[in-house]
Ligand binder design. Structure first.
Ligand code: NAP
Length: 412
C-alpha cells in the first residue's frame, strides 16, 4: 500500500456527534502534528461552517468531500487515509457503501452503530473479503458498546490476576446515568423498531444473544435477560430493562467468541438498569419497563411514529447542549462469578454524558488505537469488537485521555 496522506478521516464530521468528535480530536491532537487527520462530509458549506465553529485552531484542518451514496467519492476518500471513522447514520440506511469500499481498499474503519441487524449483515457479506484485503472493521465504538465490552474485559483481567481464573457469569448494572438522546440515535432506534415490526425473521434474529457470533460458537446455557421489573439479590436492588443491552450483550459475546472463548464457552452475560431498593425501587422498575415498551410500540406503528418524529423526539442534527454533555455522567457496576462460586465486583464510570460527550472521546481514542496501537500482524483483517482488537491498549487510552475509570471494588 502506498503511504496515506492521513492517519484518520472523520466521515460525517458535520453530524451532531461528528462535531463533538472533531472538537475532541482538535483539542487532543491539534492539526498537522503527530496525528494527521481531516474532516469529511457531503456538504462543503457545512464543513466550512464546522471549521468556523471550531475556531482559529482548525484553520489548516483539511476537508474531504464524499457522499455515502457515491462509491467513487468514498474510494477517493479511503485512498487518502489509513482509518475512516464514520458518524454517518442511521448506518442501516447509509452505512453499507462505505464498509464495502473500506473492505475492498483495505482501509481500517470504526463507527458508532448499535444496529445489530445491520452489523450482522455486514459481517456475513464482507468478512471474508476483509480477511483478504487486511481491512479491520470495528463497529460499536461509542457508549454502545465500549463501556460494556471493555468493562467485561477489565473484570476478566482482574479475575485472572486476583482469582486465577475468569468468570463464567458477568452481570452489568447501570447504577446511574445522566444524558439525553440525539436525533441520530433516536432515528436509529426507531428504524430498528419499524423494521422489526414488519419482519418476524428479524425479530427472531434480534432475540438471539449470539446473533453476532461466528456460527461455530456454541453454547447450551440459556442467557439471562431482564425483560421486566425484577429484584437482583447480587445488587440488593430492583431492575428494569436497559435499552442498550440488545446491542451490548451481542458485542460482548462476539468478543468472547472471536478471541477463542477466554470467558468460557458457556459464558453468561446480561445487562439491566438499577432502579433502587424497596417499594420505591420496585415502582420505578415497573414505570421504566412500561415507558420503554410504550416507546418501542409507538415507534413500530406508523401513525404514532409520525407523531413521535414530528413533535416529541429530537430531529437529525439535534442533541444535548455542550453544558448538558459536560454535566452528564454514568456509573456502571459489574459482578462476576466463577464457576466454583468466587465473586468479583468492578465499576466503570464516564465523566460526561454517555451518548455524546463521552462517546466522542471514546470514538476518538478507538480510532487512534486502530491507527497507531494494533498492527496487522497482531490483529489482521476482519470484523472485530473493541475488546477483541484493542484490549489493554484501549483501556489505557480511555483511562488517560477519555475520562473513563475502571476500578476493582471487591473480590472473594
Ligand atoms: N453508539 C453510541 O453510543 C452513539 C452515540 C451517538 C450517536 N450514535 C449514532 O451515530 C450516528 C450519528 O448520530 P448523530 O446524532 O450525530 O446524527 P445526525 O446529527 O443526524 O447526523 C447524520 C449525519 O449523516 C450525514 N449524512 C446523511 N446522509 C449522507 C450522505 N448521503 N453522505 C454523507 N453524509 C450523509 C449527515 O450529513 P449532513 O450534515 O451533510 O446532513 C450528518 O452529518 C447515528 O447512527 C447514531 O445512532 C451512536
Amino acid at each position: 500500500m502506498t503511504e496515506s496522506r492521513y492517519d484518520l478521516i472523520v466521515f460525517g464530521a458535520t453530524s451532531f456527534v461528528g462535531q463533538i468528535l472533531s472538537r475532541y480530536l482538535l483539542e487532543t491532537f491539534g492539526v498537522g502534528k503527530q496525528v494527521k487527520w481531516a474532516v469529511a462530509g457531503r456538504s462543503e458549506t457545512k464543513l466550512v461552517n464546522l471549521k468556523t465553529d471550531l475556531g482559529q485552531a482548525a484553520k489548516n484542518l483539511d476537508m474531504v468531500i464524499a457522499n455515502a451514496e457515491d462509491e467513487a467519492s468514498l474510494k477517493a476518500m479511503c485512498d487518502q487515509t489509513r482509518v475512516v471513522v464514520s458518524t454517518v447514520g442511521p448506518y442501516a440506511l447509509y452505512g453499507e457503501p462505505l464498509v464495502k469500499v473500506c473492505v475492498e481498499s483495505g482501509t481500517d474503519y470504526c463507527d458508532l452503530t448499535g444496529e445489530v441487524q445491520w452489523i450482522r449483515r455486514m459481517i456475513h457479506t464482507y468478512e471474508e473479503k476483509a480477511k483478504q484485503s487486511g481491512a479491520r472493521i470495528v463497529h460499536c465504538c461509542g457508549f454502545d458498546s465500549i463501556p460494556s465490552d471493555m468493562g467485561v474485559f477489565f473484570l476478566q483481567e482482574q479475575a485472572r490476576e486476583t482469582l486465577g481464573k475468569t468468570c463464567g457469569q458477568v452481570k452489568m448494572r447501570v447504577r446511574t446515568a445522566k444524558g439525553e438522546f440525539s436525533g441520530g440515535t433516536v432515528a436509529s432506534l426507531m428504524n430498528v423498531a419499524r423494521e422489526a415490526a414488519s419482519d418476524p425473521a428479524l425479530r427472531k434474529e434480534l432475540a438471539n444473544p449470539f446473533s453476532l457470533c461466528p456460527p461455530d460458537h456454541r453454547s447450551t446455557r440459556r442467557q439471562p435477560n431482564v425483560k421486566s421489573a425484577e429484584y437482583d439479590a447480587d445488587f440488593d436492588a430492583w431492575l428494569a430493562p436497559f435499552v442498550m443491552a440488545a446491542i451490548n450483550t451481542r458485542i460482548v459475546h462476539r468478543s468472547n467468541a472471536v478471541a477463542g472463548a477466554p470467558y468460557g464457552q458457556e459464558f453468561l452475560y446480561d445487562e439491566a438498569m438499577m432502579t433502587g431498593k424497596g417499594v420505591k425501587g420496585r415502582l420505578a422498575a415497573y414505570g421504566v419497563t412500561a415507558a420503554m415498551g410504550g416507546f418501542l410500540l409507538a415507534s413500530a406503528v406508523k401513525p404514532s411514529r409520525w407523531v413521535l418524529e414530528r413533535f416529541v423526539v429530537p430531529k437529525p442534527g439535534e442533541g444535548p447542549s455542550r453544558q448538558a454533555q459536560e454535566e452528564g455522567f454514568y456509573d456502571l457496576r459489574f459482578v462476576g462469578k466463577t464457576d466454583d462460586g468466587q465473586l468479583i465486583r468492578t465499576k466503570v464510570t464516564g465523566d460526561q454524558d454517555p451518548g455524546y460527550g463521552s462517546t466522542g472521546k471514546m470514538l476518538g481514542q478507538a480510532a487512534a488505537c486502530l491507527a497507531f496501537d494494533v498492527s496487522r500482524e497482531e490483529r489482521p483483517g476482519g470484523f472485530w469488537t473493541p475488546a477483541s482488537i484493542f484490549g489493554n491498549h484501549l483501556l489505557g487510552r480511555l483511562r488517560e485521555h477519555a475520562g473513563l475509570t475502571f476500578e476493582l471494588l471487591e473480590q472473594r
